[in-house]
Design a protein around this ligand. Structure first.
Ligand SMILES: [Fe+2]
Length: 387
């Protein structure tokens, strides 16, 4: 496979006041933009080779319609203010593409309380539950799975991914699968003060993201940077709720893996919610997942509701010849390595630094994606790749 170079930027926080007449205009403060950094970002992206630009939300300061117009015109076309013309002209490019998901600031609509994505969606496509963009880049299929983690009841910073967007998927070992969302779902070890608390259902999202089989997961929101490729087992040590770690494994891993199994027409009809016996007893999660797994293997088994007592349901499970395949699949899923890319803000005004990440996908060996990355920081006049 020819290497594929992906630029990951986040949290531009471009304001509707990007210019005044023919003058560029800085907006200071925590969520304003730094024009110098923006111009340098534009210059870097125009003079560097890359294949795909991924943007993980908060392109706007407070969600004013003009800020989205600025960003879209910059990405897809160009414009001149004073002595500087900026623009990536991506609408005219046949090889380079960009994909974007919204952040909590993109939902403000000129307010400081999350309202709706109406203004954002006038310029950028709505991210629907289960949205996937499939591209062929340098002969390799790259699937970008888009998630809207913003929510109208999220207050200032909060987020949530609706349950219907956490769709189980059968992913192929020979294709690159990247998940894109704004809010982090892990407590990253290098940022002890940044918790995954802003994402309300972060435990559920983490379990889903880690066990679906994505090769890479990109997010932003914290204005900090983290980039590593680690096994699911190691990443699950960064789960937001440590107490839920083992139960998340049980709750989610089997569900996701069961549903990922291909060539299984019963898959959609598998009842995930455990049913009780006539006496109201619920089976253990493990026995219930074993039951679902055996069902999908073609065994004819009865639901707990067909029994008076739960032990009769267990007897039925115990009589099925043991099958180690499910444990194998769970173990394989835990060993899979995922690239986690948290991009800092690329041009936000009051940041300790402005920067972004470059990820290079180099090919597969044994179903594992070979990746490398570069960190790029703004030095006051240019963006430079760190040594
Ligand atoms: Fe954010």
């Amino acid at each position: 496979m020819e290497p594929i170079k992906v630029i990951h930027i986040s949290d531009l926080h471009i304001s509707d006041d990007l210019s005044h007449g023919d003058k560029w205009y800085d907006i200071p403060g925590r969520h304003g933009h730094n024009v110098k950094a923006f111009l340098a970002l534009d210059a870097f992206l125009k003079t560097t080779e890359w294949d795909l630009l991924l943007i993980t939300g908060d392109v706007s300061r407070i969600g004013e319609s003009d800020s989205f117009v600025w960003v879209k015109d910059w990405l897809e076309g160009n414009y001149t203010i004073g002595n500087f013309t900026v623009g990536l002209n991506l609408s005219k490019s046949t090889v380079r593409k960009y994909l974007i998901v919204p952040g909590n600031h993109d939902r403000f609509g000129g307010n400081i309380w999350q309202g709706s994505l109406n203004l954002y969606n006038k310029e950028f496509p709505e991210v629907k539950a289960g949205s996937v963009e499939s591209l062929t880049i340098r002969g390799c299929k790259v699937n970008i799975h888009l998630f809207d983690s913003t929510t109208s009841d999220g207050g200032f910073a909060g987020g949530k991914i609706e349950q219907n967007a956490l769709v189980p998927k059968a992913l192929k070992d020979t294709e690159i699968d990247i998940a894109l969302l704004h809010h982090p779902f892990l407590h990253l070890p290098e940022h002890p003060r940044e918790t995954a608390k802003d994402l309300k259902n972060s435990a559920d999202v983490a379990a889903y993201m880690l066990y679906t089989g994505f090769d890479a997961i990109f997010f932003g929101h914290t204005h900090k940077r983290y980039i590593e490729q680690k096994s699911v087992k190691k990443l699950s040590r960064c789960l937001p709720d440590k107490r839920q770690q083992s139960s998340s494994d049980l709750r989610r891993a089997p569900k996701v893996i069961l549903q990922m199994m291909e060539n299984n027409t019963k898959i959609v009809n598998v009842p995930y919610r455990r049913t009780a016996t006539k006496k109201g007893q619920l089976p253990t999660r493990k026995s219930y997942f074993d039951y679902l797994f055996f069902l999908m293997q073609g065994y004819e088994l009865d639901d707990p509701s067909n029994y008076q007592y739960i032990r009769e349901f267990y007897d039925q499970i115990n009589n099925v010849p043991s099958d180690i395949r499910i444990q194998d699949m769970v173990n394989r899923a835990k060993q899979k390595e995922i690239l986690i890319s948290l991009a800092p803000s690329a041009c936000q005004a009051k940041n300790t630094y402005c920067g972004f990440n470059i990820v290079t996908f180099r090919g597969f060996s044994n179903g594992q994606l070979d990746t490398s990355w570069n960190l790029v920081d703004f030095n006051g006049s240019n963006f430079q790749i760190l040594p």
